[in-house]
Design a protein around this ligand. Structure first.
Ligand code: MN
Length: 362
């Protein structure tokens, strides 16, 4: 890493200590809070470790090479905004009337490192997340990072995050070393999530090696298409693989209006019920989607998608999310404020569901 980038990271994290913003959330119209639920942050330790790893092995995480080589023009801005939990972020939330952000670690987070380093970095990240929430308890909630590379350690971190750090759930950036969570070796993580009542946000990342070839051209490997294809495939593997028969109380959160899955419900149920479909699940795919999942609006601030998802899953199954700093609080709150749904549904999407799912009381 260059000297200037190291200095920059130090500067950004030091600046995070001082804040002059009021802790009082703005009075809002409508009588409900506005809570954004997929809000990205990172810590200097993750950036330093990732930069070191990619400098040694540029092929390890090709998306990261774009960032550190300077090919991604907004990297310095985005990095500063992800590390900051103080004036800049809170000011943008205030200006948009967003009361609270549920923070989670930038993808692929700890999942790009070897197991022991990933376990350590997850603890460091979660400790800093808990400290940030303690400084601003009415403005932030948080989802813990865990390292699926070591399922037992990840299960222990779920318990520590929920019980000792009082975080609000966990977030897993989809596949880990090209493996999906329907593999039973990962199921201690689900056991711990159910035991500690921790919802699991399955967040996209670049498709795994066995998938990514078809996405490598035209920038299709990331937010344009690859993220949604990877994450929806992963989640359908969990459903068809019987994860929710084994763990009926497991709660999961999906971004991007369910990564396309709500639109597929009719076909999933029709084909999933045919004798030619090889699976042993006990219910229709749609029943797991309705009972075990809640979707967020991240990157999908679009009335037709919102209304469709509410129609097929229910207004208690959609939560507001911006994906700051990749999304804009101002743009997305302006959209949902004016969205063509009832005020009762809007109250659920803006905060009622997040308060229930993430146990946000403060
Ligand atoms: Mn995101």
């Amino acid at each position: 890493m260059s000297t200037s980038r190291r200095d920059f990271i130090k500067l950004a994290s030091t600046a995070a200590v001082a804040s002059t913003l009021t802790e009082t959330a703005q009075a809002q119209t409508g009588g409900f809070r506005r809570i954004a639920t997929e809000e990205t942050f990172t810590v200097p330790e993750i950036i330093e470790a990732a930069t070191e790893l990619i400098t040694k092995n540029p092929d390890h995480e090709p998306g990261w090479l774009n960032y550190i080589s300077g090919e991604f023009p907004f990297y310095d801005t985005v990095l500063r905004q992800m590390i900051d939990l103080e004036d800049e972020r809170l000011g943008l939330m205030d200006a948009a009337g967003v009361d609270m952000a549920v923070l989670s670690l930038w993808n692929p987070g700890v999942q790009m490192f070897e197991a022991s380093q990933a376990v350590e970095l997850a603890k460091i990240t979660n400790d800093q997340l808990a400290e940030g929430i303690k400084r601003h308890p009415t403005r932030y909630a948080g989802l813990a990072a865990v390292a699926p590379q070591d399922p037992q350690a990840a299960a222990q971190e779920v318990e520590r995050a929920m019980q000792s750090l009082a975080l609000n759930g966990i977030l897993i950036n989809s596949h880990t070393n090209d493996e999906f969570l329907d593999d039973q070796k990962f199921w201690p993580i689900f056991e711990a999530a159910v035991a500690n009542d921790a919802p699991i946000y399955i967040h996209p990342r670049r498709p795994p090696a066995q998938m990514v070839e078809a996405f490598n051209d035209y920038s299709m490997d990331r937010a344009l298409w690859g993220y949604a294809m990877e994450t929806s495939t992963h989640v359908l593997r969990l459903i068809m693989g019987g994860v929710f028969d084994q763990f009926p109380d497991l709660k999961m959160v999906l971004g991007h209006m369910g990564e396309g899955l709500p639109f597929w419900i009719h076909r999933l149920d029709t084909i999933g019920g045919l004798p030619t479909t090889v699976t042993t699940i006990k219910r229709k795919p749609s029943e797991y989607l309705r009972d075990n999942f809640i979707m967020t609006t991240s990157g999908m601030s679009w009335d037709p998608a919102l209304k469709f998802t509410i129609e097929v899953l229910g207004a208690d199954r959609v939560m507001f999310a911006v994906d700051y700093p990749f999304g804009s609080y101002e743009r997305d709150a302006k959209w949902l404020n004016a969205a063509d749904i009832s005020d009762a549904d809007k109250a659920l999407v803006y905060s009622g569901n997040a308060e229930r799912v993430f146990k946000i009381t403060g």
